[in-house]
Design a binder for this molecule. Structure first.
Ligand SMILES: Nc1ncnc2c1ncn2[C@@H]1O[C@H](COP(=O)(O)OP(=O)(O)O)[C@@H](O)[C@H]1O
Ligand SMILES: [Mg+2]
Length: 290
């Protein structure tokens, strides 16, 4: 799939770039699975303000990694560099490398639009296209990506995507209703279905449940647990209980004296919460600041 990253065709992995999963201690994920992300010396700025500095880490394929840390420490900014959305902000810049299955996503021959299909994103507030039906919302990205297809092909993709997003049973009899007629939690699962319809490898989620009620939050968390089998998931959450419930790995970010965010530590979620290496992490996960 990463072979689709460029408009020209295949980009060969950089020589010597190891598969991320192999270097990920304790990873139970299949080392050959697509969707491994390797980050090297990543810094992000808005103009002269450096919002995130020098992050190097690996995100295992087919696992859930949670990013936690105090408000303003650069979690959202960092997440948006993983599918090149950060650069859509005027004046925003990135230094360092992000490799997806060994391919540097900042290489000049990578098409950012194509990249954003392979590395999909779900936002804090559900954002279905307001004038579109449930059906059309699911295939909106697909239509843009691949032009016209047969109706039967679209029907099959709509059903499969809605099933994978655990929404099919609730909407199968009203696919032509407006997407915004659904509840907030259903709208968020519709947005997840829309991301799945273009066959991604990675799904980035920025506080995807923070605008939802507890029952809808539970549905989204259950869905994340199911999606892990087929996708690499990186989720920002300010809710530490949620991170502990849904993630395999946790990365703790904090803000330095220069106000730039940095990664303090990352490891298996149980270790980060119960046996953190760094005393700042211990203070944060025990609620002493943030
Ligand atoms: N579009 C922007 N322009 C300038 N500064 C920004 C912009 N977006 C975020 N920032 C700044 O970058 C820092 C990190 O913000 P953000 O990534 O939103 O943090 P978090 O998601 O951890 O709360 C903050 O100091 C914030 O004010
Ligand atoms: Mg944020």
């Amino acid at each position: 799939m990463t072979s689709d990253l460029t408009s020209q065709g295949r980009v060969e992995p950089a020589p010597g770039s190891a598969p991320a999963a192999a270097a990920s201690p304790g990873s139970t994920a299949d080392a050959a699975a697509a969707g491994s992300i390797s980050i090297d010396g990543l810094s992000c700025s808005y103009g002269s303000f450096r919002a995130v500095r020098d992050v190097s880490t690996l995100f295992a394929p087919h696992a859930v990694t949670a990013i936690i840390g105090p408000s303003g420490c650069g979690k959202s900014t960092f997440l948006r560099t993983l599918n090149r959305m950060h650069e859509l902000t005027p004046g925003a810049t990135v230094a360092g490398h992000v490799l997806l299955d060994g391919v540097d996503i900042y290489s000049s021959d990578v098409d950012p639009v194509q990249l954003r299909r392979i590395v999909g994103m779900v936002f804090q507030r559900p954002n279905p296209f307001p004038t579109m039906s449930i059906y059309d919302n699911v295939i909106a990205g697909l239509r843009l990506a691949s032009g016209k297809r047969d109706k039967s092909e679209y029907d099959a993709i709509v059903e499969q995507s809605l099933r994978r997003a655990a929404l099919w049973d609730e909407v199968k009899d009203k696919l032509q209703q407006n997407g915004t007629s659904l509840s907030g939690g259903q709208q968020q699962r519709l947005c997840i279905a829309r991301a799945l319809a273009v066959d991604p490898e990675v799904i980035l989620m920025d506080e995807p449940a923070s605008a939802l009620d507890p029952i809808a939050t539970l549905h989204v968390e259950e869905l994340i647990a199911e999606l892990r089998a087929n996708y690499t998931i990186v989720i920002v959450t300010h809710n530490m209980q949620q991170a502990a419930r849904v993630s395999d790995y946790t990365a703790f970010f904090n803000m330095g004296d220069d106000r730039a965010g940095y990664m303090v530590e990352m490891g298996p979620t149980d270790d980060v919460f119960n046996r953190p290496v760094n005393s700042v992490t211990a203070d944060y996960v025990s609620g002493r600041f943030g």
